[in-house]
Structure formats: structure tokens, C-alpha cells
Write a protein that binds this ligand. Structure first.
Ligand code: AMP
Ligand code: ZN
Length: 471
């Protein structure tokens, strides 16, 4: 099958064909770093990391850009409350963000541009929109003329007259039209600000993504992604800004994840029904959180509760147990246990399951059904192990297939006990890692480093040996 992606813009599944053969340019709207992210925010992070993993598995070279909104009203308020500067607040929560998402096995972006470090590009973008007549200055603010952009409303599928009825923003007499949106905001006295042709101020929210996507990926990108609530106005406004400026298609495939709900309601900071990812990870294995998020198709709602997390834990445990049982049988196989003949049928079954897994992922990244194929693989492994004589070759194939599926989904199958390690155990593992390194067995050495990291132990290799600390 060929990979198909549901495109919010066309409201249908489309065959995926990147602009440039073998390359994918992907942009995911990142967090506003004024606080810890909540577990709802972790959904797009895990989902689009998995999309990226699968594209990489399919042989694409993926350039992945995700921004940090490091200045806005919320950061300014947080800075006042915490008695810090705005950049200090941003640094603190960018650090916390990486601590959390690293544990979820989320790969680092190619670039995580920060708004405040790209101010010149943002200002130039706005200047060019003014030159083209798509934006105007008004009392130190700059606004975008929404109606002048012909396709305004195409992503959220709202015709102009509906949009006009739907306006709920407070009337602002600096705007020519209430549908216009802010590109640049005049600074209030004492507020953090940047010099611009329109006086001291800071950018509106939408412009940063248009400017940063263009700077790091070019005029046209392949995939633009975020949660459903970003479709309007954020992504609609990004399209207007970018396409008004370049005259080219901004993003070819628009992907939006559904909401994570708690007690039937969207988890959100404003409703106050949120649990930070940081807190969730205190009580739950990050691997289980990841498995939970992928157990439902990304466009559908997902419900967080003790019961759904427990189901995820049990599901993942079943996969891990099958994996470990096979591994154990290989390590402990005796000669009269083994029959290397007559295993073609099993290898064929494995190939079919791999195909099934890929078909499901090709179908708009249906991780829920891909996990079903994974369970089927584990079930067959368990059946295989009941045979009196087994083939090492077949068992190795089972292991490598399970590892492959796990890698695509970003899951870990090796046992990770939730109990902490004591100092002696840590020292032993570090010694084992040193031996592995001396033997140039770097895979094992990396595995040990990752295992320790999962337990919150950070290694530092120095000229005098390896030092460690608890993170
Ligand atoms: P925000 O901090 O609200 O800008 O959200 C950051 C990202 O998380 C955006 O892609 C949102 O669409 C997404 N998001 C926010 N709340 C939820 C939720 N309850 N479920 C899924 N995604 C969410
Ligand atoms: Zn954005």
C-alpha cells in the first residue's frame, strides 16, 4: 500500500507525495513555555514523533521543526508571579519540557527555534506583508487584512460570511475590520519589547510559525501539524500570512490530532482540569503513557482515566512478556530443544504480520490497528513457544520483528522496573558498560546508558572515568 494522510485542508485521505523525492519537511507548532505542559499537550508530541518515526522507517529524510513560543502575555504574567525575567521563565520551562519529553522517547527536533531569537526574520516578514498591501500599521500595532486574502477560511472550511458572524473577539477600533488579526503588538509601558519600524513591541502569535517555518524549511513545507484547536484561527492565519507573502502553497498536508479528554471534557489549562505531564510521569512508566497515546487513532478523542491507563499497562506488559519469553528461550536453548527445519511457514506468517503492520501505518498512521498487529505477533510468539522443538532462527526473527514494531512506535520492550536502582547496582551497570565499550560493543554500552537514563541516572564520561548523578 502507499502511505495516505488525512489532509484537514481537503477533508480526505490523500496519497502522500513529498515535494522533493525522499525528503519530508515537517513543522509542528510547539508549546508556549510559561508552565509545565499537561498530558493533553503530550498527545501531539507523541503522535507527531511517531509520524516522523514512520516516515523515517519508510526511508524519508525528515526535517522536523518545532518552535518554542517564548514571549507572550502568559509568559509576561508568569515572569511577574515568579519574580523572574521573561527569558528566565522560558529557559526554566524549556528545560522542564525536554526533561519530560525525553523520557517519552521523543526524538529531538532538527531545530527548535525560539521566537525571541528570530525577531529580525519575523519583523522582515511583517514588513513585506505591509509592502504587498496585506497588512497595515495602526497606532503602533500591525494587523493582517484577512478579507484581502482570497482563501481565508479554507482550512477551517468557513465561508467569509460565516466567519463574520462568528466573530467573538472584543471590538477593537484600531482594526479596519474585525476579522483582521494582529501581526505586531505595541508594547505597554514597562513590558518586554523589541524595536521595530512601528515602535517598540512584540509579535502576535500566528506570525512566528509562518516566519519560522519559512526560515528553517522554505516557502512550501510538506506536513504541518498540531492539535485540532489550532485549525482556527492559528493555522488559518498562518496560511493567510504565508501564502499572501509568497504566492505559493504553504503546507501540502495539514494534520490535526483529536483531544485528550478527562471526564468527558477536553483537558485544558483554562478549564483547570489538567494534570501536568511532569506529575503523571511521577506515577507512571513513560513507556505506558506512550503506548496509551498510540492505542487510539490520532484523529479520534482519547479518554484519560485510571482504567484506560491500566489497560495500556496491561497491553504493553503482554507484548513485553512475549518478547522476554522468546529472548529467554534463545539464551537457554539446549541442543535437543532445537529443530532448524520446517520453519518456513512461521517465517511466512511473520512476513504477513509485518505487511499488516505497515498497511495499518500507511492508512493515515493507524497506530491503534498497528498495535493490534503487534498483539497478534506476540500471540503467535507465545504459541510458537509451546512447541517442543523450536528454531533459533525463527525466534530471532520474532525478536527482530517485535523490535522493529517497537522502534516505529517509540516503545521499549526491555524490562524497565519501576523501582529505583541502588548505588551498588548503578556502579555495576557502569562497569558493565565500560567492559562493553572496551569490547567495542557500543550497542550494549548505549543500551546501558539508556537504561540508566530511564531510571533518572545521568552519566558523564570524563578523562578519569564515568561519573554519575541522579537527575
Ligand atoms: P497550547 O499550549 O494550548 O498551545 O497547546 C499545545 C499543543 O497541544 C497544541 O498542538 C494543542 O492543539 C495541543 N492540545 C492542547 N490541549 C490538548 C488536548 N486536551 N488534547 C490534545 N491536544 C491538545
Ligand atoms: Zn503554529
Amino acid at each position: 500500500m502507499t502511505l495516505q494522510i488525512y489532509n484537514t485542508l481537503s477533508r480526505e485521505k490523500e496519497v502522500f507525495k513529498p515535494l522533493e523525492k525522499g525528503k519530508v519537511k515537517m513543522y509542528v507548532c510547539g508549546p508556549t513555555v510559561y508552565n509545565f505542559i499537561h498530558i493533553g499537550n503530550a498527545r501531539p508530541i507523541i503522535v507527531f514523533d511517531t509520524v516522523r518515526r514512520y516516515l523515517t522507517y519508510r526511508g524519508y529524510d525528515v526535517q522536523f521543526v518545532s518552535n518554542f513560543t517564548d514571549v507572550d502575555d502568559k509568559l509576561i504574567r508568569a515572569a511577574e508571579e515568579l519574580k523572574l525575567t521573561v527569558p528566565e521563565v522560558a529557559d526554566r520551562f524549556i528545560g522542564a519540557y525536554f526533561d519530560d519529553v525525553d523520557r517519552l522517547n521523543v526524538a529531538k527536533a532538527s531545530v527548535n527555534p525560539r521566537v525571541t531569537e528570530n525577531m529580525a526574520d519575523i519583523i522582515t516578514f511583517i514588513e513585506q506583508l505591509i509592502e504587498k498591501g496585506f497588512a497595515y500599521e495602526s497606532a503602533g500595532d500591525v494587523y493582517f487584512r484577512s478579507k484581502k486574502f482570497e482563501g481565508y477560511g479554507k482550512l477551517s472550511n468557513q465561508p467569509m460570511d460565516e466567519l463574520q458572524h462568528g466573530i467573538r473577539v472584543e471590538a477593537n477600533d484600531r482594526k479596519e475590520d474585525q476579522l483582521d488579526f494582529t501581526l505586531w503588538k505595541n508594547a505597554k509601558p514597562g513590558e518586554i519589547n523589541w524595536e521595530s519600524p512601528w515602535g517598540k513591541g512584540r509579535p502576535g502569535w500566528h506570525i512566528e510559525c509562518s516566519a519560522l517555518a519559512r526560515k528553517y524549511l522554505g516557502d512550501t513545507i510538506d506536513i504541518h501539524a498540531g492539535g485540532q484547536d489550532l485549525i482556527f484561527p492559528h493555522h488559518e492565519d498562518e496560511i493567510a500570512q504565508s501564502e499572501a507573502l509568497t504566492g505559493k502553497t504553504f503546507a501540502r498536508y495539514w494534520m490535526h490530532n483529536g483531544f485528550l479528554n478527562i471526564d468527558g471534557e477536553k483537558m485544558s489549562k483554562s478549564l483547570g482540569n489538567f494534570i501536568t505531564l511532569h506529575d503523571v510521569l511521577k506515577d507512571h512508566d513513560p513507556n505506558v503513557i506512550r503506548f496509551f497515546m498510540l492505542s487510539v487513532h490520532y484523529r479520534r478523542p482519547i479518554s484519560l482515566s485510571d482504567a484506560t491507563l491500566e489497560d495500556a499497562k496491561n497491553g504493553l506488559d503482554r507484548l513485553k512478556t512475549a518478547y522476554q519469553n522468546i529472548d529467554y528461550r534463545i539464551v537457554n536453548a539446549e541442543e535437543d530443544d532445537v529443530n532448524e527445519l520446517e520453519h518456513d511457514d512461521w517465517l511466512e506468517q511473520l512476513t504477513e504480520l509485518k505487511q499488516q503492520f505497515e498497511d495499518e501505518m500507511d492508512d493515515d498512521f493507524n497506530t491503534a490497528n498497528a498495535i493490534t498487529a503487534f498483539h497478534e505477533l506476540a500471540k503467535r510468539a507465545n504459541i510458537y513457544l509451546t512447541k517442543e522443538k523450536v528454531s533459533i532462527a525463527v525466534m530471532r526473527e520474532f525478536l527482530s520483528m517485535m523490535r522493529l514494531f517497537a522502534e516505529v512506535l517509540g516503545l521499549k520492550l526491555e524490562e524497565s522496573k519501576s523501582v529505583g536502582l541502588d548505588d551498588g547496582e548503578i556502579d555495576e551497570l557502569i562497569e558493565e558498560r565500560q567492559v562493553a565499550k572496551n569490547e567495542r560493543n557500543f550497542d550494549r554500552a548505549d543500551e546501558i546508558r539508556d537504561l540508566l537514563k530511564e531510571k533518572g541516572v545521568i552519566l558523564e564520561d570524563t578523562a578519569h572515568g564515568t561519573r554519575w548523578k541522579r537527575g
